[in-house]
Design a protein around this ligand. Structure first.
Ligand SMILES: [Zn+2]
Length: 121
């Protein structure tokens, strides 16, 4: 696992400074596919599939209109989140929302999350 991370870090450094987001996403998906096999208990980034013990979550804070409390969700890692426009982030939040719908009751509505995402959170 350490070796794989080292190789990916070295390769990523080679690409730094150049705008090669497709290559970087490919590398993250590669490491996601490999590492998720060995970390099946961790959930993953919805885009690159890297598990959360390797990838850094992008936490989106939102206000739960049902409870009046603040909460957060993280369908994307920081890197994938940063590479996407707001419009292109929404489907990943929708996927997470669909997953949540399978285990109600929930303390938030889809609109609560959408407001946060559209606000750049
Ligand atoms: Zn990702």
């Amino acid at each position: 696992m350490g070796l794989i991370n080292w190789v990916v870090t070295q390769l990523s450094r080679q690409w730094k400074g150049r705008r090669q987001p497709i290559v970087r996403l490919f590398l993250r998906r590669l490491i996601g596919a490999i590492t998720h096999r060995y970390n099946p208990r961790y959930s993953t980034c919805g885009r690159c599939n890297r598990p959360w013990n390797i990838a850094q979550k992008h936490d989106t804070s939102y206000h739960q209109s049902i409870t009046g409390r603040d909460a957060g969700c993280f369908p994307l890692c920081e890197q994938c989140w940063g590479e996407l426009t707001i419009e292109r982030r929404i489907p990943y939040y929708e996927s997470l929302w669909q997953l949540w719908l399978e285990s109600p009751p929930m303390n938030e509505t889809w609109e609560d999350i959408l407001i946060a995402v559209e606000g750049g959170g």
